[in-house]
Design a protein around this ligand. Structure first.
Ligand SMILES: [Zn+2]
Length: 130
């Protein structure tokens, strides 16, 4: 098990030397192999580097970077019908509808998940309460 301060970036004296590929992969923010090979002529000091990717290299940082959260557990809170309603206004739509509506006001009843939406020309109280 690794210590608190040890990671894949920790250079230890007994570790084998880092390859040019690994070094530039880390220096350039975990860049992919294809992009690394494309830019090697543009970066100063990189032209003589051996950028052949190792056959079996696993970058710990890349693995952590690609992880995502597990979904949240489903809420166990039971609510009565019409006790909780979610609402939102969708921002101005660039292309208005046939009726010149540029906003969409949405309501979703939490328990039944019943949705309802209204199309609005303007985002003001008078338009919403009309
Ligand atoms: Zn990486």
């Amino acid at each position: 098990m690794r210590s608190q301060f040890e990671s894949s970036y920790t250079l230890k004296a007994n570790n084998p030397p880092m390859s040019d590929y690994q070094l530039w992969h880390l220096r350039l923010g975990h860049i992919g192999t294809n992009n690394l090979l494309k830019i090697h002529t543009f970066v100063q000091g990189m032209d003589n580097a051996n950028l052949a990717p190792p056959e079996s290299s696993v970058c710990e940082g890349c693995i952590y970077g690609k992880q995502c959260h597990k979904p949240f557990a489903e809420s166990q809170t039971s609510r009565e019908l019409m006790e909780l309603i979610h609402s939102d206004i969708i921002r101005p739509i660039r292309v208005p509808s046939i009726n010149k509506a540029r906003y969409v006001l949405t309501f979703i009843e939490h328990r039944s998940q019943y949705p309802k939406c209204y199309f609005l020309k303007y985002k003001d109280a008078q338009a919403i309460l009309a």
